[in-house]
Design a protein around this ligand. Structure first.
Ligand code: GLA
Length: 353
């Protein structure tokens, strides 16, 4: 049966009470989402044998998220991914953002949408249960222009889909690029590395980067490179190949130029974990997707149940516009103007094989 539950999840440093909402569908699939950062803390999904496992990395307590989290399960904004040197020019005005990733700006800055408290309202409909999150980012927050009103809807459907709808409006021209940062491990969050997952990405090209992971502007054909995932391939099969792009990122941490971008939803990726049989398909309206293979995990984040998350034990499929688009007029635009509505949808659909 579709249901939701709400429980206290602690308080922030400023004393704001934080809630955890648990949504369940008719098949026993369960997702827990916090109004702190819109963080998905738990996602229980059945395997081939019917066993439910928690397939996302995360922490047991709010205090761990407050202390240090590499964006586990969070909503990322205003701008997911990097903006070179934290600078961009819009309508002739230069804006300066925090540089929180070497010389560059990453994932919205020092206090991005992963670290703010959202208004939250659970709902139940005919075929899904969900959580509506709202946040107003004030003009100038983290250096971005315009007062941005954001709504995120998480929905868990009876088709075993986690659907995320993003919506935003501004009162001044600005840039927006929202995404979701769950680290998946379809064998279970505590099961070790993700290298045996077979991954398909429906993309003929990717955006090569420099050492700082900033796109050079080139759209490179994946043919003959370790980034060709058009046929499902184990994540670990080529991850340590001697290829400059993999060396720069310490593995996969790149934006794929997804095929057939016209703003409508289409299948862009499929991950399959052979031992459990779990399959996750990704559908999105976005032109790009960052596939990050958890290269920065090193055991220092001790997660749920006391499990230290070692190197490459989770992977992210972050649907998005291309990194550093504000400085690349040739990329699909991330500019949002007053009167326009930013809308984006991504679905993570779970099944077994
Ligand atoms: C994104 C980035 C990575 C890394 C992770 C978080 O995937 O592209 O480089 O910052 O987030 O650690």
């Amino acid at each position: 049966m579709l249901s939701y539950q709400q429980e206290a999840f602690g308080t922030t440093g400023d004393g704001a009470p934080i809630q955890l909402y648990t949504l369940s569908n008719a098949n026993g699939v369960q997702v827990a989402i916090s109004d702190y950062g819109g963080i998905v803390t738990r996602l229980l999904v059945p395997g081939r044998d019917g066993n439910l496992e928690d397939v996302v990395l995360g922490y047991d307590s709010l205090s761990d998220y407050l202390r240090a989290s590499p964006y586990f399960g969070a909503i990322v904004g205003r701008y997911g991914n990097r903006i070179a040197k934290g600078r961009f020019t819009l309508d002739g005005v230069e804006y300066r953002l925090a540089t929180n990733n070497g010389p560059n700006h990453l994932h919205g800055g020092l206090q991005g949408f992963d670290k703010v408290v959202w208004d939250a309202e659970p709902y139940r409909a005919a075929d899904e249960v969900g959580l509506r999150l709202g946040y107003v980012s004030e003009d100038g927050e983290e250096g971005y222009p315009g007062r941005l009103a954001v709504t995120i809807t998480y929905a868990l459907t009876n088709r075993n889909e986690l659907r995320i709808e993003y919506r935003a409006e501004t009162d001044k021209p600005t840039v927006v690029n929202l995404t979701h940062h769950s680290y998946f491990n379809l064998a279970g969050h505590a099961s070790g590395d993700i290298l045996g997952h077979e991954l398909m990405i429906n993309a003929d090209r990717f955006t090569p980067v420099d050492e700082g992971l900033i796109p050079t502007g080139e759209l490179r054909d994946v043919t003959g490179t370790p980034l060709d995932f058009r046929t499902a391939t184990a994540i670990g099969a080529r991850i340590d190949d001697d290829y400059e792009q993999l060396r720069f990122a310490g593995g996969y941490d790149h934006n794929w130029v997804l095929n057939d971008y016209d703003g409508s939803l289409r299948l862009v990726a499929r991950a399959h974990e052979p031992t459990s049989g779990r399959v996750m398909e990704v559908y999105t309206t976005e032109p790009g997707m960052q596939f990050y293979s958890g290269n920065f995990l090193d055991g220092s984040n001790v997660g749920k149940g006391g499990v230290p998350y070692q190197h490459r034990t989770g992977f992210c499929l972050e649907t998005q516009h291309f990194p550093d688009s504000p400085n690349h007029p040739e990329f699909p635009s991330t500019v949002l103007r007053p009167g326009e509505v930013y809308e984006s949808t991504t679905i993570y659909r779970f099944s077994v094989r």
